[in-house]
Ligand binder design. Sequence first.
Ligand SMILES: [Fe+2]
Ligand SMILES: [Fe+2]
Length: 307
Amino acid sequence: MVTKTSELPARAAGTTDRERTADRLLRSTAARSYDPELDIDWSAPPEAGRVYLPEHRSTLYGTPLWDRLTPGQRRELGKHEAASVAGFGIWLECILMRLLAKLAYEGDPATRHVQYALAEMAEECRHSTMFARLIEWMGVPYYRPPSHVHALGRLLITTAHGPAMWGAILIGEEITDRFQREMVADDSMQPIVQMVNRIHILEEARHIGFARAELTRSVARLPLYELPIQRGVLGRVAFIVARNLINPEVYRSVGLDPAQARRAALANPAHHETIRYGGEKIVAFLREAGMIGPPATRLWRKAHLIG
Ligand SMILES: [Fe+2]
Ligand SMILES: [Fe+2]
């Protein structure tokens, strides 16, 4: 049911921008959201000659290893790299759902922003199922993040708060969003992958709007002594995300040694540019918010997210 802002209950009406933003996002969620189980035809076979990832976004693009791959091998590697990003996305969304659950657990459920956190959890839950279906449809392995990253995720769930928490959410959401926007405009892509991206872009636009507003609010309330800690956590998250989107095991799919191919990818200027492109918008926002700086500037640079 659609509720106008002016019809907000007394507890929320006219109180804060936070409630108004959440109310608008809730109305948008009610008006436009997808059920990937119904809205994607998972029985459709892959289309011959179409790619799962744009070639120029492959981690090895432009390297001597890439030059030695056949067009079929390049497509196969792109498929596994896309599966790795989807697997990493599921891991990120599981963390995000737990963070949103924390907000709902601590907050007042009769407020719009807690209700929006619940609505966003429901969407993330459907997204993770959608990414899992995509991996299944592609017929490739589930590439999970390495065990130390898995453990750090658990730590983030229990300790993250304030702007670093919202910043971590935004890094996960906005980097993938940037690539997905590029892919929906690329006709060389598999139609099912494009549909997955289209759904994700539409629903993530709300999540990004919510998280950006929450980050701005929490930065304004942050005690000065906490700023370096928050920047440190966020820099670490940014580095982990940039380094783990692609699991080195993907290289086995085209007969390459994971360690050797990983080294080639990490030294590849085209891959550095891909990471920079993915992070461009969120980096500008976090810089403006004062969340990128000492003691973590080095980590952002090492991740190739800043120059
Ligand atoms: Fe999502
Ligand atoms: Fe999201």
